[in-house]
Design a protein around this ligand. Structure first.
Ligand SMILES: [Zn+2]
Ligand SMILES: [Zn+2]
Length: 437
């Protein structure tokens, strides 16, 4: 099974100081890399599920057909002819894979096996839901965001390299915790002799496609080959910028870590690669990781999907990681809402030594607000959860939404200044930078 995964996932990049190199481990023959120019060919040799195994010509034909149908849909029922005119094939793939990564219409090539289990206050027998949240946006709203008038999508630089690269130690023994920011929502946490990855993502694109979708604007802060032996991976939910099957498959082949994830995502992982040692848990479950370290899954205001027909068929979560240096609250994707989830974590799990909070992927607000915080929300979330210290993530590597690459950081500083909170209390590391508690 593994070969079918690695063959269809975007090529990974290994860390380099200059232009990034394609990682030969991840790339199969003919796969394209994310810095593919618009005029380059697309010699795709294997595309999963509904496409497999087909060549590029069929892929293009399907793309054409589907984009045509999307245009027809837009023209006939949703948006009107002016908007439909703007839907090109390239934009259509970008739309599918981009929103598959986090926000709206998921891609059609992957559909998770359905979770089945007892009903709960957040599972109705078919879908998961947040009793305190709101459902994800509709197709009509996705199309309005992508193709509606007045969209202000800021351009990111083609490449925005970090000046840092980390080579972590093999282990960190004792009570200290060493956190290394890999980029986006990926972290390496080392403590008590354990090496733990959060939402490990080394692929070039946060997308089901090798040739389209949000791509990296900087290298991972740790080269995959420089990773120490990984014991555990925590995967928060199924969106492509968090659950990266290629990376999980490579990690499993090299280190065979435990993979802790919310209910249903284990099916996604194992159906792609049965070597992935996925273990699924519900909100509020606490899992011992060894050496006195434990993790609890906690509710978060978000959603998930990977295919057209699996919206909220798996669960999403944030994590509270218990370490000898204190508890670390890791929020990978979340809307703010009324702040209830953050206050609940403070009550149930406080005091918190550290909170890792998302500050990016938030514009336009009318679309993103319910499932993605902006920096101002993140500053409120920090106050709500009461953590001593915060670190920012989920910005600056993949352009998933409309804000500029530096907007989250500028807005974070403004929000901290306005709240009279020292900027040192909410740090934004660059990929490759580390922080110790
Ligand atoms: Zn997400
Ligand atoms: Zn995300």
């Amino acid at each position: 099974m593994r070969s079918s995964v690695t063959a269809v996932i975007p090529a990974r990049w290994s860390l380099s100081s200059g232009s990034p190199k394609r990682d030969p481990v991840a790339g199969g023959d003919g796969l394209t890399c994310a810095r593919l120019g618009a005029s380059a060919t697309l010699p795709v040799t294997d595309i999963p599920n509904t496409f497999a195994p087909v060549g590029a010509s069929r892929c293009r034909a399907l793309a054409s057909g589907l984009s045509g149908r999307a245009a027809a849909l837009a023209e006939s029922t949703v948006l009107g002819a002016n908007w439909a005119m703007k839907i090109t094939r390239r934009r259509f793939f970008g739309l599918l894979s981009g929103v598959a990564a986090l926000v709206g219409l998921p891609a059609w090539t992957y559909s998770t096996k359905n979770y089945s289990g007892p009903l709960s206050d957040h599972f109705d027998g078919t879908q998961f839901f947040d009793p305190d949240g709101v459902p994800p946006k509709s197709l009509r709203q996705v199309l309005r965001w992508q193709f509606g008038p007045g969209r202000q999508r800021q351009a990111w630089p083609e490449w925005a390299a970090s000046a840092y690269a980390d080579t972590p130690p093999a282990r960190v023994n004792g009570a200290n915790v060493r956190l290394s920011f890999v980029g986006h929502a990926s972290w390496l946490v080392q403590t008590s002799g354990l090496n733990i990855l959060i939402d490990p993502m080394w692929s070039m694109r946060a997308s089901p496609f090798a040739f389209a979708g949000p791509k990296r604007h900087n290298d991972p802060g740790i080269s995959f080959d420089a990773l120490p032996a990984i014991d555990i991976a925590l995967v928060s939910h199924g969106h492509y910028d968090h659950l990266d099957l290629a990376t999980l498959s490579d990690l499993s082949a090299k280190f065979s870590p435990r993979v802790i994830t919310p209910l249903g995502n284990d099916l996604t992982m194992r159906s792609a690669d049965d070597a992935i040692r996925a273990e699924a848990f519900d909100w509020h479950q606490r899992i011992e990781l060894g050496s006195g370290v434990a993790v609890t899954l906690v509710p978060t205001r978000h959603w998930t999907a990977r295919g057209l027909f699996d919206r909220n068929r798996a669960l999403w979560a944030s994590f509270v990681l218990e370490t000898p240096a204190g508890k670390i609250y890791i929020v990978c994707d979340s809307g703010y809402g009324d702040g209830k989830h953050f206050r609940h974590v403070a009550q149930a799990h406080g005091p918190l030594r550290l909170a890792i909070l998302p500050i990016g992927a938030y514009e336009p607000r009318w679309f993103m607000r319910d499932q993605h915080m902006n920096p101002s929300d993140a500053v409120k979330a920090l106050a709500d959860c009461g953590a001593e210290q915060a670190l920012a993530h989920h910005h600056g590597t993949f352009q998933l939404t409309d804000e500029a690459i530096d907007a989250p950081l500028n807005a974070l500083y403004a929000a901290l200044d306005e709240a009279k909170i020292p900027r040192e209390k909410f740090l934004a590391l660059k990929p490759g930078q580390t922080f110790e508690i």
